[in-house]
Write a protein that binds this ligand. Structure first.
Ligand SMILES: [Zn+2]
Length: 357
């Protein structure tokens, strides 16, 4: 494998999942995937309250049928406290590998606990709401602040399209927003590379932006309850994850639009889903880049993802507050936000793009 360098010039491995299994009923292949990876005993299934019955227990049963010792634990939230609790549980039960079976939050908790214990982790998403289901990053909430933490990439991803198609469609539409955000993330990365000579990867940038373009071009075929839509979105999320692995950073899939989403998490009383906020963020940041923001907005509309403050369920004033705050979220990451928007500039952007009216 090639090595890549991070911002500090440190060498690190390009980490990619070894097995990616996507399709109808593939949850029943968990056992084969584990055997292939020589993961043959002492598994810990981390699952959610509602995803336990949908997928968690299926995974547990099928591994137990294969003679493995399997423990199952319910994860309630994506906080460091929760990661710590799961980690302790794993140490006590002699866990050799983790399976995160559930939504993005469950997967992030399992991923971080596995990384801390330096044991393998398998991602079994029941929804495709963001690229964390395949990437080496985990989002953890600490009060109102969400932090993206570097972790190990999953050894395998098992995405059952039937299960994901039965999850609320809102989650899949949010996943599309997270993919479409590659458009502005790559523009921000190019800008930072020109202005500040930050490490840039042509391959990672091309892959990330192509992934978003394909999804935008196919926006009219993303529909509720269709396994073909799920397959397309999951493949795009895998692609984005691979782009981040090649880059050795989240740059290809996270720029100013993600900073806007993190800012909204801080200021809004009830933030929307990560991918939903990133989608709206992409409209706003594409306007700032002088690009075709309408194309982004039209694609999101076709998919059925929010394009306005109202559809996000967030008051206009919080959108404006977040816009002004965005550049402070990750100051070391140079983006189109530069040194920040003034309140009146923020209002112009939000009105012109019809995010607020
Ligand atoms: Zn994201």
């Amino acid at each position: 494998m090639d090595v890549t360098h991070d911002m500090n010039g440190q060498k690190k491995w390009m980490q990619l999942p070894r097995n990616v299994v996507i399709g109808n009923g593939v949850i029943n292949e968990v056992r084969d995937v584990c055997t292939d990876l020589k993961l043959i005993d002492n598994a810990l299934v981390v699952t959610g309250k509602s995803t336990k019955g949908i997928a968690g227990e299926i995974v547990q049963d099928s591994l137990q049928d294969a003679g493995q010792n399997v423990e199952l634990v319910i994860s309630e939230s994506a906080s460091m406290k929760e990661v710590e609790r799961i980690r302790k549980h794993a140490i006590e039960s002699g866990t050799r590998y983790f399976l995160g079976v559930g939504s993005g939050k469950t997967i992030d908790v399992a991923k971080l606990a596995a990384t801390e214990l330096e044991v393998p982790f398998i991602s079994v998403p029941t929804a495709a709401s963001h690229d964390g289901i395949v990437s080496s990053r985990a989002s953890i909430k600490d009060g109102r602040t969400t932090t993206s933490i570097q972790a190990n990439a999953p050894m395998a991803v098992i995405a059952d399209t039937e299960i994901i198609a039965n999850a609320p469609y809102r989650l899949l539409a949010a996943g599309c927003g997270d993919i479409i955000s590659n458009c502005t993330a790559v523009l921000d990365w190019q800008l930072a590379s020109r202005l500040q000579n930050v490490q840039f990867s042509e391959y990672a940038a091309a892959l990330a932006s192509m992934t978003a373009q394909i999804l935008i071009d196919s926006a009219d075929s993303i529909k509720p309850e269709l396994e073909s839509s799920v397959r397309m979105v999951v493949k795009a999320l895998v692609s984005s994850g691979v782009a981040m692995s090649i880059a050795g950073s989240s740059r290809p899939a996270s720029g100013s639009e993600h900073m806007f989403s993190h800012a909204l998490d801080r200021v809004a009383d009830e933030p929307a889903l990560h991918g939903e906020q990133c989608g709206v963020g992409t409209i706003l940041m594409m306007y700032l880049h002088g690009g075709d923001w309408k194309r982004i907005s039209d694609a999101l509309k076709l998919i059925g993802a929010p394009t306005t403050a109202k559809e996000l369920g967030i008051e206009d004033k919080y959108i404006l507050e977040a816009l002004v705050l965005s550049h402070t979220i990750r100051p070391e990451r140079y983006t189109i936000l530069g040194t920040g928007l003034t309140p009146d500039a923020a209002e112009i952007v939000a009105r012109k793009t019809k995010v607020i009216s």
